[in-house]
Design a protein around this ligand. Structure first.
Ligand code: PSU
Ligand code: MN
Length: 299
């Protein structure tokens, strides 16, 4: 039996060769609190549709890869306590054990590519953690080897952003600033880190993607979109919350795959939910831009 199951909508889009946008599920199960996670999952899909593409949210259900999810499945991912956070290394074991799995940026890219989907919208990618001993997200390695366009709001400043950019450079991943010269820092629009490539429109990004393909380059392309001005967090507030929650993580010995979810929920509590509002706003914005890029690419 095939490992992959496609929803009717995704199957129809593939047959008609119309644009598709992949969406991840770790943000639903481990990135946002209930019920905002469920609202967000539904709204991101609606935004992709409104911008002319078909959404394909990806997850593992009973060990089976599902490309395109129905409402019941989204609800399970948003509420069930037994959903495993699945990165590349976890795929085989979760399938063998027929567990539910929420896919990270790394595993969503990998599965999207296998499903023939070349554009993916997310919130933030994982990166090199601050003061960490080899805590480098598998997202960065996946970007080096899987030809999918990932639209995000940069990386959270809970990460070591200069080190994250160095790793991306080492692996030859183009990082495009969407209407910006600076790497956006997730909750805030600026990081102080300059980017080499700036693009003003989805059409301009599609041109770069086509050239990347013409070279036969197999790495991903990272498109970074600053959070909308109106919902950006104050940089000092964000930094204060980050520092406090990082100290808690160190004190409690939180590490490995648990660290990113711990930091995100800690920041949400410390900011009285403001970070969650900000997060949801740019996830939807990224979904819109990803769909526009997919439309330009015609796939
Ligand atoms: N950043 C967020 N929300 C998230 C994640 C990152 O703001 O939900 C998730 C993404 O799925 C990303 C993963 O791929 O966390 C990275 O986890 P790690 O740092 O353990 O690689
Ligand atoms: Mn990690």
């Amino acid at each position: 039996m095939s490992l992959f199951t496609y929803s009717a909508a995704v199957t129809a889009a593939k047959q008609a060769n119309t644009p598709l946008v992949a969406l991840e599920s770790t943000v639903i199960s481990h990135g946002l609190p209930y019920p905002q996670n469920l609202t967000l999952a539904t709204e991101m899909e609606a935004v992709v549709s409104a911008n002319g593409a078909t959404p394909a949210t990806i997850a593992l259900i009973d060990g089976q890869v599902q490309i395109g999810l129905d409402e019941t499945t989204l609800n399970t991912l948003a509420t069930a306590g037994n959903v495993v956070k699945v990165s590349r290394r976890d795929l085989a074991a979760v399938s063998a054990r027929k567990q539910h799995g929420a896919t990270t940026v790394a595993s969503t890219m990998l599965l999207a590519e296998k499903a023939g989907i070349s554009v993916f919208a997310t919130g933030g990618i994982g990166g090199v953690h601050r003061d960490s001993n080899w805590d480098i997200s598998a997202d960065l390695i996946e970007l080096s080897q899987t030809p999918v366009v990932v639209v995000c709001a940069g990386a959270k400043s809970i990460l070591d952003l200069p080190a994250t950019m160095e790793v991306l450079e080492t692996y030859g991943v183009p990082v495009i600033g969407y209407q910006t010269d600076e790497l956006p820092a997730f909750f805030t629009r600026e990081s102080g880190i300059g980017l080499q490539i700036r693009a003003e429109s989805p059409a301009e990004i599609a041109d770069i993607v086509r050239q990347q393909r013409a070279y036969g380059l197999k790495s991903g392309i990272l498109v970074t979109v600053p959070v909308p001005e109106a919902v950006a967090m104050d940089a000092k507030d964000a930094e204060a919350a980050i520092n406090e929650v990082m100290a808690q993580a160190a004190e409690q010995g939180v590490h490995g795959k648990a660290l990113t979810p711990f930091l995100l929920s800690g920041i949400a509590k410390l900011t009285g939910g403001e970070s969650v509002e900000t997060n949801m706003a740019f996830l939807k914005q990224n979904a819109a831009i990803a769909a526009q890029i997919a439309v330009e690419l015609g796939a």
